[in-house]
Design a protein around this ligand. Sequence first.
Ligand SMILES: [Zn+2]
Ligand SMILES: [Zn+2]
Length: 344
Amino acid sequence: MKAAILYGREQVVVEDIPELPLAAGEVRVRIEAALTCGTDLKVYRRGYHARMLTPPCVFGHELAGVISEVHPETAGWTVGDRVVAANSAPCGTCDWCRAGQEQLCSDLLFLNGAYAESIVIPRRVVQKNLCHVEPGTSFRSAAMTEPLACVVQGINDLRLVKGESVLVLGSGPIGLMAVALAKNAGCAVALAGRGGGRLSLGRRLGAEVTMDMAGREDIEAGVREIAPDTRFDVVFEAVGKPSAWEAATRLVRRGGRVNFFGGCPSGTTVQLDTTLIHYSGLTLLASFHHTPASIRRALALIESGVIRGDDFVDGEAPLSALPELFSEMAGGNRAVKTLIHPRR
Ligand SMILES: [Zn+2]
Ligand SMILES: [Zn+2]
């Protein structure tokens, strides 16, 4: 089968590799849609991922498709089933799993290899994070289940109340999904980000105000200039820069909540005003990853039409074009998500 192999920093080659045999509990999925993601771009730039990927290796982690083979000792699945698989599965037995914090499982099993014609889904993912996709749901929408589940987790942790004002910092796919979910929760949403196309998508997804931060280094000053009188009950940070984390604490109202959702480069730190945090009674939290429950909530949001793949997928490419696509992404192309067709 054809698969994209990551060899190292900015080195990806599409090759023919042998299909792995199935073990008990496993299924093979013929991939119908794989989506590009900022995490894959980070992996491409860096050439590895400390917790997930050691090259040479297959990569890509947002996928949906059809089961093409079932091991005789795998129960509950049939060839032809339309499915989406998450990119990980928790162990179910560690302290964190038992406490219901499966996203922090001490033995998360990661699954990569979406940029390929097919993928073997390991037993644990089959058991915990493989889901049926309804016939009416497109594969491109279903493939958004995993990133959406992370945002579902982040929005859920914030306990949004209908009518609250929410500021989303960052207009990448994650920030845009946060806009849609906050709107769906009945909140008044403002979006501060970059890119005309992304900001107009933000408006379509429910942002009442969009703020173009292009050319502005100081996020706080930019937001205050454009929306001087707005008090934000909640700030959802989806930029992943220390300066954005800091700005989030200064933009939320007294008694408000901040979710530091965007992962910053490792080793970075932030400076927080202790007086501000303490006397303003701020609630600061950081959400990471997803749980089997948030995966299912995300898929339900997709199947009910709250989140639609067509809104987020603004480019398509065959698997053979993946190396050029990633080099363009590394050069700053502003696509939200590109759909990879494995067999074109
Ligand atoms: Zn992703
Ligand atoms: Zn665990």
